[in-house]
Design a binder for this molecule. Sequence first.
Ligand SMILES: [Zn+2]
Length: 127
Amino acid sequence: MGNSKKQDIRFIGYEGENCEVKATSPLITIFNDLICEDGKDSVTKIGILGTKPFKEKPDECPCCQSKQMMGLEILGAYKGVLVWQCMKCSERYLRFDKAKTNRLLEEVKDSYTVPEDWGYLSPDEFS
Ligand SMILES: [Zn+2]
């Protein structure tokens, strides 16, 4: 519904309001909801500009030093945390190297963009 969700991240299974969340309880999100800007690859598109992977959840955000770091699981891409996100400044970080993350995201991208495009066709475009 609508096309204004580009900045939205749908948090499924998000628990707690104080962001005291552990790496073992990842947020599950849908790839389309992650996309926040155009980029040449999927990693860039979801707003990850850094290339340094963090195998473990960073203790604090490398950007704003907040400890409210969160793992994001992306439906269809990878079973488990794929990216880390700071709940304070919304910076996102890689868990795996960029090439691998890109590959995983590319797969899920196709399965979400196609039905999405159909939904945006207005009846006028058919006549
Ligand atoms: Zn931060």
